[in-house]
Design a binder for this molecule. Sequence first.
Ligand code: TQI
Ligand code: ZN
Ligand code: ZN
Length: 169
Amino acid sequence: HYTFFPGQPRWPAGTETLTYAFDPNENLDDSTKQVFANAFNQWSKVTTITFNETTSYNTADIKIGFYSGDHGDGEAFDGVLGTLAHAFSPTDGRFHLDKAEDWVVNGDVTESSLSNAVDLESVAVHEIGHLLGLGHSSIEEAIMYPTISSRTRKVELEEDDIDGIQNLY
Ligand code: TQI
Ligand code: ZN
Ligand code: ZN
């Protein structure tokens, strides 16, 4: 079953649009940006919230970046595997990914020759759940379940994820 963060933090009632921006210090290609757009779309399909990319990094609601090791927020990344990414609860908006991972952007992670390949969209859908206020779920099929097998793609929201987000918003 789904959970929320302690105190049930959420984006304010009446929030129709949340903006997101990529750290301007990096140059992500369009296919990487499209993966995030697809991941946000999974959640906008089942809520009344729309996600729009903005180039105004400083004022964006959600700030996305790839970092390695200690990147200044007290939650250092650990190299290949282990922690893949983290996102903070509402309304912080920080969404960080570990640069050290072998992220799969295009192509089929289940067919990857790299045993440590990680599907970017699967992780993004999970982290956006956290950004919106969902904690972890006890249901193994749910996007918000706390573990994912390697070389697995899981991007479709499960009924439990939908129930959780619709209960919060
Ligand atoms: N990152 C953890 C996660 O997102 C970080 C974390 C632990 C966390 N507890 C939290 C974030 C509570 C917010 C609230 O769960 S992770 C998966 C999964 C990770 C794990 O790198 O371990 C995914 C990131 F579920 F598959 F194991 C993405 Cl999809
Ligand atoms: Zn961080
Ligand atoms: Zn999680």
